[in-house]
Write a protein of this length. Sequence first.
Length: 417
Amino acid sequence: MKEKIRLYIEENKEELFKTIQDVVRIKSVVGNEQEMQVYMKKKYEELNLILHEIEPKYEKVSAHEAFIDSGIPFEDRKNIIGIHKGVSNGKSLTIHGHVDVVSPEPYSNWTMDPWSGDIIGNKLYGRGSADMKAGLISNLFALKTLIDLGYPIAGDVQLHSVIEEEAGGGGGALACLEEGFVTDGYISTEPHNLNMTISHGGIMYFRVYVKGRTAHAGLAHEGINAISKMMKILSALDELSEWRAKNVKFDLFEKGSGQSVHLNLGVLKAGDWVSTVPGEAILEGRIGFIPGETREEIKQLVQDTIMKSVLGDEWMDKNPPVIEWFGWSTEPWYQDPENPFVKLFIENAEDVMGHKVIMVGRAGGNDARFTQYYGKQGLCFGPIGENMHGPDECVHLDSVVEVANVLANYIIKWSES
C-alpha cells in the first residue's frame, strides 16, 4: 500500500500545491478566520466527511486550567471538524491544523506580496504558507488519498481546522477537545522540518508599568522621565535573558530550537510628544521555561529581577513598578517518547521517508500540548519552512509531499495497531 500511496500523491501533487496556494491567498489573520473556515468546510464536504462546526463557548472553555484568553470575541468564529468513520473499532486519530496566521506587517520588509502564494522553484511563499496552511492541507490530502484509493480505514479519523492557535489556542484546539472531540492519538502538522516534536517550553507574557512625572521639555528638570526609569528594568531583564540562555538547558529544546529558553522584550510604549517628559512607560515581555520549572517560580524570578533593579531609586521606592501577567500562560509539555503512539510514528516515518527522524522539543508552544489534559498522546510533525512570522515566509514543497505520505501511511498503521 505504501507504493500506491506514494504514486497517488505524486500524480496529484499539483492539486495539493494549488490548494495550498488557494488558502495562502486568504487573509486569515488571527481573529478574522471565517473566510478560511468556509473554504475548509467546503473541502471537507467534498470528501463526504461528517461535519461539525464548533463555536467556542467562553463560559465553558475559560474554566479549563489550560485556557488562554486571547481577548478576541468568539462570536461568529468557528472551528471546523470533519470526521471519516472507520469500518471497524480501530484506533482513532485527530490530525490538526490551524487556519489563523500572524500579520505580515510591515509589508515593506517583504520582497513579494505576502498573500501571493507564489511558487519559485521548490518553495511556496506567503504568510502562513509554512505556519501552518501547508500542514493543514497535507492533513486533508493524506485522508483524501486513502479515500480515493478505497482503503478501508479501521478507526475514525478527525480533521481539525481550528482558530487562534497563534493567540494561545483557547478558542481553537482546546474548545474542540472540551466539546468531546477527543481521539486515541493527536498529530499537529506544524512546520517542524520533518522532525518529530514531543515537548515544548512553558510560556508566559508579562507587562510592566513605570510611572514618571510629565513636564515641558524646557523644564525637564521638574519632571521624572519614565523612559529613563524603565531602562533600569530593561537592562536587568536583558541580563537575566543572557544568563538563562547560557545556563538553563533542556536537550530536546537545544535540538529543536537551538536555545532552550528565551526572554523576549517585545513591546515598549512611552511618551506621546517629543517636547513632553513622558509620564508613563509600558514594557511587555515573553519568558519561556523548561520542564522542571514552574509558572510560580518563573513569576517570582521576573518579579524579583524587576524590583531589585530599582532598589535605591528614590522615585521608584515611592512609585514602584507595577507588574501584571496576561495572555499566554502555559506549563511545559512533555510527551513520553516511549509511548507506543510515538514509537510507531517514528517507525512509520522513517520507513516512508527512508531516513532517520530526529526527536526534538521546541521553545515555542503548539496545540498538541492540550492532549496531556485528556490522558491522550500527541505529537507534532510537519514540513520544512522558513521565516515563520517573518518576511518572505515559505514552505518547501517536496517536504509537503513527504508529510502527506507519512500521514496517509500512519493513519493505516495506527488505526490497525
